[in-house]
Ligand binder design. Sequence first.
Ligand SMILES: *Cc1c(COP(=O)(O)O)cnc(C)c1O
Length: 365
Amino acid sequence: MSKQNICELLLRKHIKKIKPYSTARDEYRGITNGAASIFLNANENPYQLQDQKYDKIVDLNRYPDPSQEILKNEISKDKGVAFDNIFLGNGSDEATDILIRMFCEPGRDSVITMPPTYGMYDVKAKINNVKTIEIPLVENENNFGVDRVNLLSTIDTEPNIKLLFICTPNNPTGSVIDKRIIFEILNSFKGFVVIDEAYIDFSESKSFISELNKFSNLIILQTMSKSWGLADLRIGVCFAKKNIVDYMNRIKPPCNIGGFAQKLAIRSIRNKRNKRVAVSGVIADRIKVIEQLQKMPIIEKVFKSQANFVFVKFNDGDLIYRYLLDNGIVVRNKSKENLCQNCLRITIGTKEENKKLLSVLQNIG
Ligand SMILES: *Cc1c(COP(=O)(O)O)cnc(C)c1O
């Protein structure tokens, strides 16, 4: 079987047979090439909601474009990836869920994660009765790295591993996974390597997008929730080979992304200034926050971060977490997770928020 056909090879059998849901829009477009002006085909409400702020942006009474054509074209131009290699999900979490449902047979197959990492891979696997094999990261001087020997021997010996999730920069540690190891895995793993680049824009490392054509087992996840500042819109982006994208499109709910969200995302991509300013601001502030944290006696270690948060080991994580809460500041307490004893994940906020955080922590002594 050539590497090109890895999708057909690993796809669950019943999914091959599924015909995509045909929307009213798909059907008339096929015949008239889209020329029509009266739409009585989708049981929509004919009356536009009168809201001066929103009705200029989108006809809220109409269903959104299920193929997300304009938005995908913008993303295609922005990222230099062909339209056919782009899938859009209701957040990248939807893409993760669909990939698991496409390739993993419940009760038999498994996925690999490398904790401490994003918890959603394991949650989605569990929901689908798919086993998660954990290959924990190993703490090093600056941060955490892959347990290479353990990982390579696991993918070599365990049968039925379909997906391997690599989060880089990793949530919650902020670390970037060594590229040489990722290439080693791409070359040797018989399943799909899913690289989650949710935080890539905050890092110095290059996206794996440029490798898409070289590896048919490479799938990349990105999102508009973090660097684009559009978490509320729920737009996740998945880059993969065309046949994978085609099957993902068959599985997704037709209107998985609202028209309002699509329009706002299009506007953001056409005017990238907001994103650029926000990303460079967050990176500059991350450096300043880390500098200040490193001086504090309550802190044991500030992990090197390539994301929009910092991962910090305190002398007493639970106590600091409570203390911050008592001062109205919510951070993510990771203390109870494996390898994360006394660690909190702190998002870089606005300048004022960061200042308040630092002054509250300084007051502990
Ligand atoms: C925030 C985050 C996402 C984004 O999820 P969306 O569903 O797109 O909002 C994905 N992966 C990681 C590692 C994240 O931290």
